[in-house]
Write a protein that binds this ligand. Structure first.
Ligand code: HXC
Length: 258
């Protein structure tokens, strides 16, 4: 790949690092084609249980590539379903993705981070939806995910002013699950959490991700019913027997992912 780096720094963990440093990881089509390919490969790799997505210390991603978008017309945007390419991570990837956000996460960079299942950041990270300054609005789910997460009052303020907020605020408002002192700690923290998740039954992890995500689309009653059906389904897995037997016998479970 040219714009992403892929490695396996810990057992069961796939790390994708956005790597377009001279443009602060601005997200263009070639980068997204590579990112999606890397995500799909790791998602279908049986030895991988969780993914981490990060950028550099200076920028997770400074947004969609403004230079690539500048001359886009309505008809081309509509005909090519511009931005649909961005939905792979949020719609097609079944394994958990942890975003480790350092530096700038602006516009599409903030939206990409919010598509992850878990968001970790460093205290000095800079989040924002500054599209308004360019004469547009968020286009990759920012207005929806931000509003659901930090509430309408704050989301409206940030989408309409283009002001930025810090990693400390992101954690305080529930956008980030954890905030770390610096970039290294943030990436290490994300890798550690991913390693922990990768050590569990992949079937149970997949089900856990699915039911939590469903809560974003369903009302509480249907959501609880959906959860119960998926829970019932897990009694058809070997790993449920393995996990509960191991507990009863005071042993460590050896998952089969079946
Ligand atoms: C294209 C970008 C870019 C972007 C930075 N660069 N952000 N190129 N698209 N989003 C490029 C710069 O042009 C410059 O290239 C190089 O990266 C370094 O950036 P500088 O501006 O020189 O760095 P700095 O002074 O440190 O300022 C950092 C910054 C600023 C505050 C992050 O770059 C900035 O404001 N970027 C734009 C942020 C933004 O508006 N994002 C939202 C984009 S719209 P050269 O060649 O000059 O050295 C969006 C829409 C999403 O995301 C909707 C759906 C996808």
């Amino acid at each position: 790949y040219q714009f992403v780096q892929v490695s396996t720094p810990k057992k069961g963990v796939g790390l994708i690092t956005l790597n377009r440093p001279r443009a602060l990881n601005a997200l263009n089509t070639p980068l997204f084609l590579e990112l999606n390919d890397a995500l799909r490969r790791l998602d279908s790799d049986k030895s991988i249980g969780a993914l981490v997505l990060t950028g550099s210390h200076k920028a997770f991603a400074a947004g969609a590539d403004i230079k690539e978008m500048k001359d886009l017309t309505f008809s081309t945007a509509y005909a090519t379903d511009f931005i649909e390419l961005w939905s792979t991570m949020s719609h097609a990837i079944k394994k958990p993705v942890i975003a480790a956000v350092n530096g700038y996460a602006l516009g599409g960079g903030c939206e990409l981070a919010m598509m992850a299942d878990i968001l970790y950041c460093s205290a000095s990270a800079t989040f924002g939806q500054p599209e308004i300054k360019l004469g547009v609005i968020p286009g990759a789910g920012g207005s929806q995910r931000l509003t659901k997460t930090i509430g309408k009052a704050r989301a409206m303020h940030y989408v309409l002013t283009g002001d930025t907020w810090s990693g400390v605020e992101a954690e305080r408002w529930g956008l980030a699950a954890k905030v770390f002192e610096g970039p290294e700690e943030c990436v290490e923290g994300a890798l550690g959490a991913a390693e922990k998740i990768a050590g569990y039954s992949q079937i149970a992890v997949k089900a856990g991700k699915e039911v939590v995500n469903k809560s974003q689309d369903l009302g509480i009653r249907e959501g609880v019913e959906f959860e119960r059906r998926v829970f019932h389904g897990l009694f058809g897995s070997q790993d449920q027997k393995i996990g509960m037997t191991a507990f009863s016998e005071k042993k460590k479970p050896e998952w089969t992912n079946a």
